[in-house]
Write a protein that binds this ligand. Structure first.
Ligand SMILES: *Cc1c(COP(=O)(O)O)cnc(C)c1O
Length: 451
């Protein structure tokens, strides 16, 4: 008997088939050829069987998979507000509009329109940062890790930077502060113990080669029990006494007081600056709620050194970031507007009663025995570690499906729904579901449960 694999159509024959040829009129030919080859390959692997749906539809399905972008919007139903894997901060409407305006054409990125001459890309966010934080000067780069690299290179290259062992944090993606420090050309000197560091530990570590004292906010973990750390104020004072530079890596850029909403203990940018350190570094896309960016604020002298450092050029912010950041910062001129319009701040401060209503409406829409239960959301993104925000969850009744299977089905929807599994049940947290997403979400969940 002939091996059916030898009877498979040739690539050219399949490309010439009318329904495949029709695909080549709307898709790039190279992609159609690839889809044909992959469909044939799949048939060969399946003992040469003709696809059940027929060749044309099989090629079309393969083509759709190949043509689909891999970077897609998802619905975040996890309740983790700053979800690093899901892109941290969703942007405010004015930030989106600014990016769109700038991206669509040419813009005054490094052009002084009044003088008709070269300008600085730093001008756009600098004045707002100075106004909002009270700093003498500011610099925006690509991300906070980049900001640290610039600051350390500018203020301590070729010398030593002293940091507490209790503050050597891993900042996600398994990158550690010490590794970043090493690349800045600075030698790291660790002092104290993991749980306790005292002023005397810093003093004992000072040598003629010491250039900088570094304080790192423990942004993504808590140390409890028998602990001691030296506050930024004392680090700044010691640095001034010994004519050293001081840098405070804050992680999150909190610009408003969230303590009325039960979120306390995260140092704000203004407080960090008021401690007297030369420079404060923070992210644009954590609690600030803007685009990915690294921000340095501090003294004029420290910032001139940073701006003149070649690393500043290597990690400079792009025009879309600057557009979105300027628009986000402008919202902070009215803290109430910032809280309402910056999605991260709105989600963190949503009233539990409102979340309960949203959960109940969602549960009604989903049906299938879903229930509303009390639960907790997380801030995420290495901010307010350990803080729990009271929320209301929709707990799905999976019937014959395991929680993992149901979660996988939800991820298979368009747009994918990322849910949380808690006590072997799939739960949806309305806190991180955007206002326009509830209806689509309801449909996706019903389909996943029915499927
Ligand atoms: C998140 C974080 C960083 C890194 O910020 P990116 O903007 O992600 O580069 C650095 N330091 C601390 C303390 C952080 O929490």
């Amino acid at each position: 008997m002939t091996d059916p694999r030898r009877l498979l159509p040739a690539v050219d024959a399949l490309l010439a088939a009318p329904d495949v040829a029709a695909l080549a009129r709307v898709h790039p030919r190279s992609l159609v050829v690839r889809a044909v080859r992959e469909t044939l390959e799949a048939a060969r692997a399946n003992s040469g069987a003709t696809p059940a749906e027929g060749w044309g539809p099989a090629v079309r399905a393969c083509l759709e998979r190949l043509a689909a972008p891999s970077f897609v919007p998802v619905i975040n139903a996890t309740g983790v507000v700053l979800h690093t894997n899901l892109g941290r901060a969703p942007l405010a409407a004015t930030a989106l509009a600014a990016m769109h305006r700038i991206a669509a054409g040419y813009a005054s990125l490094e052009y002084d329109v009044g003088r008709g001459s070269r300008g600085s890309r730093q001008r756009h966010c600098r004045d707002l940062l100075v106004e909002l934080t009270g700093a003498e000067d500011a610099l925006v780069v690509n991300n906070a890790a980049g900001a640290l690299l610039v600051a350390l290179s500018a203020l301590a290259r070729g010398g030593e930077a002293v940091v507490s062992r209790g503050e050597l944090v891993e900042i996600g993606g398994s990158f550690r502060i010490p590794d970043i420090l090493a690349r800045s050309g600075t030698e790291l000197v660790e002092v104290g113990a993991t749980n306790r560091t005292h002023r005397a530990d810093y003093e004992a570590a000072l040598t003629p080669g010491t250039r900088l004292l570094l304080k790192v906010h423990r942004s993504n973990f808590q140390v409890t029990g028998f602990t001691a750390e030296v506050p930024a104020r004392e680090i700044a004072a010691l640095a001034r006494e010994r004519r050293l530079a001081s840098l405070y890596d804050l992680g999150s850029g909190l610009l408003v007081d969230l303590s009325p909403w039960g979120l306390a203990g995260e140092p704000g940018v203004r407080d960090a600056l008021a401690s007297g350190v030369d420079l404060v570094a923070f992210s644009g896309d954590k609690l600030l709620g803007g685009p990915q960016a690294g921000i340095l604020v501090g003294t004029a002298t420290a910032l001139i050194a940073c701006k003149n450092d070649p690393i500043a050029r290597a990690v400079r912010a792009d025009k879309l970031t600057l557009a979105a950041l300027e628009a986000t910062l402008a919202l902070y001129r009215d803290p109430e507007a910032a809280r309402r319009e910056i999605p991260v701040l709105r989600m963190l401060t949503t009233d539990p009663a409102e979340l309960r209503q949203a959960a109940e409406a969602l549960a009604r829409g989903v049906g299938h025995g879903s229930e509303v239960i009390a639960g907790e959301s997380e801030v995420g993104g290495g901010s307010f570690p350990g803080a729990k925000l009271q929320t209301w969850l929709v707990q799905l009744a999976a019937n014959r499906l395991t929680a993992d299977d149901l979660a996988a089905r939800l991820r298979g929807r368009d747009p994918p729904v990322v849910a949380r599994i808690q006590d072997d049940r799939v739960v949806l947290d309305p806190r991180t579901i955007l206002p326009g997403q509830f209806e689509v979400l309801g449909g996706a969940v019903r389909a996943a449960l029915d499927g």
